[in-house]
Ligand binder design. Structure first.
Ligand code: AVI
Length: 342
């Protein structure tokens, strides 16, 4: 496609890197999204303690299980954040005069709808660009946006977050939306790396809307990640199906159990699988193997909990200035609006 047909979301120097696979869905030319996962799994499983990067949880089945988690009575995060956005979407959109909404994650949740509804009501038009590694998620989002907001110009970016937000034109006033407290799943290395990269990709008229789960009563926190129906346990164990698929390994889901707790020093829920017997885990393609000893844990996911005021101060070091703070009546969850400092 010629440069003059370049959709407004793309920065001029980025556009040539993207391929329009289907109308409204863009992929990075030459990117193999499955190549890096295999290497990341092996390197972290050989760490001490063994661990996995959280994004491996979201294969087709993992995404379905996560949807189920969001509806669990113990998992207060989704409905609490949704309530905040429903109550304050008009204020958020009024405070962020943008032409484009970029969502990190294939958003077409009820939560995004509140923002898009207000954006259309106030401005009558908008671009919407979700970024996700799942084509299925992007297509579902596209279908829903076409149905409910036919006037919105949709561009789904099939990419990792960083590749996606680096492609957005800095001259296009944009609201970057990162909801669900997904930032809590980033470890202490990925967290500063992510905000450094995002802030560098933002233009002078850009905003960030961030959902962050807060530190609270330990019983409430632990119940949200150890639900009575065992859906969270299935979600965490399912990562080993995905690992087996990617690496032809032999993790046996009947020889492991789920364990989670709130680590007060690190202010985070830690989700592990624990071997229930000694076993040899083989990776025939590597080739490599390790002995997984009975009671040895693998850290599959962390979910950090935040103090919103401290988070606001911290993000100041990434040139993000607090613009507004919305919370629920119980102060369980915060939705924070930041403006890029130019
Ligand atoms: C996606 N993320 C914000 C969830 C969380 O609460 O950390 C993932 C999750 N893992 C188990 N339950 C929910």
């Amino acid at each position: 496609m010629k440069q003059e047909n370049r959709p407004r979301i793309f920065a001029a120097d980025q556009y040539s890197r993207w391929r329009g696979d289907r109308p409204g869905i863009w992929s990075l030319a030459g990117a193999d999204l499955d190549a890096v996962p295999a290497l990341s799994i092996l390197t972290t499983l050989w760490d001490q303690p063994r661990w996995l990067e959280a994004y491996h949880l979201y294969d087709q089945r993992g995404s379905e299980l996560f949807e189920e988690i969001c509806r669990l009575p113990e998992y207060y995060l989704t409905r609490t954040e949704n309530g905040i956005l429903e109550a304050h979407a008009a204020e958020i959109i009024a405070a962020a005069p943008v032409e484009c909404v970029v969502e990190l994650g294939a958003g077409y949740s009820k939560k995004t709808v509140h923002l898009l509804t207000e954006q259309m009501r106030r401005r009558g038009r908008s671009l919407f660009a979700p970024i996700d590694v799942s084509t299925a998620g992007l297509l579902a989002s596209q279908e829903a946006v076409r149905r409910d907001f036919p006037a919105i110009e949709f561009h789904g970016l099939h990419a990792r977050y960083e590749e996606g937000f680096n492609a957005i034109d800095k001259n296009l006033p944009t609201l970057f939306v990162f909801l669900g407290s997904t930032i809590g799943n980033f470890n202490h290395t990925d967290f500063p790396r992510f905000f450094r990269a995002l802030s560098a990709a933002m233009g002078p008229d850009d905003y960030l809307l961030l959902g962050a789960d807060r530190v609270k009563d330990v019983k409430l926190l632990e119940a949200a990640y150890a639900d009575s129906r065992g859906v969270t346990a299935q979600f965490i164990l399912n990562v080993f199906r995905n690992v087996n698929r990617l690496l032809r390994s032999n993790f046996d889901l009947t020889k492991m159990r789920y364990h989670s707790w709130f680590n007060p020093d690190w202010q985070q829920i830690e989700m592990f699988t624990v071997a229930t017997e000694n076993q040899t885990i083989r990776f025939p393609d590597a080739p490599a193997s390790f002995e997984w000893r009975r009671d040895e844990k693998i850290l599959v996911e962390i979910s950090r909990k935040f103090d919103p005021l401290r988070l606001q101060e911290q993000l100041g070091f990434f040139d993000l200035t607090p613009a507004a703070h919305f919370a629920d009546a119980d102060a369980w969850f915060s939705v924070l609006l930041f403006r890029k400092r130019s």
